[in-house]
Design a protein around this ligand. Structure first.
Ligand SMILES: [Zn+2]
Length: 123
């Protein structure tokens, strides 16, 4: 009987350890490199929020603009606007950096949890 109880206790401790481990993993994943996000706005309305830690190509505004996320940076790779200013802009990766396509009313802005906290302190 005593032995059986100890085994149950051990299992319980193992479960608790697993939960703590998982929480730690999830926290590192969310708070780590996944903190920087690209916010895509069309006409002032948010169309999507994408993590910069995942490489991906995004069609904006039904394909008028194509944004590519690669190596933690967001870059406008294609646009049907006449000026092509957004395509010629440098890739963005830091907090508050943005790519703007005026003719298509597309704005891509980078948001970073860590840096916005830092901003709050310096301001
Ligand atoms: Zn453009």
């Amino acid at each position: 009987m005593g032995r059986g109880l100890k085994k149950k206790d051990l299992i319980l401790i193992l479960i608790i350890l697993c939960v703590i481990g998982l929480t730690f993993l999830i926290r590192t994943y969310i708070g780590g490199s996944g903190a920087n996000r690209a916010v895509i706005k069309v006409n002032g309305a948010i169309q999507g929020v994408y993590s910069l830690s995942e490489d991906k190509e995004i069609e904006i505004n039904e394909g008028t603009n194509i944004l590519r996320i690669k190596n933690g940076e967001a870059d406008m790779v294609k646009a049907d606007c006449p000026d092509q200013l957004c395509v010629n802009q440098k890739p963005v990766s830091k907090n508050h950096e943005s790519i703007i396509c005026l003719p298509n009313r597309v704005v891509v802005e980078v948001e970073s949890k860590e840096e916005s906290e830092y901003d709050a302190v310096t301001n």
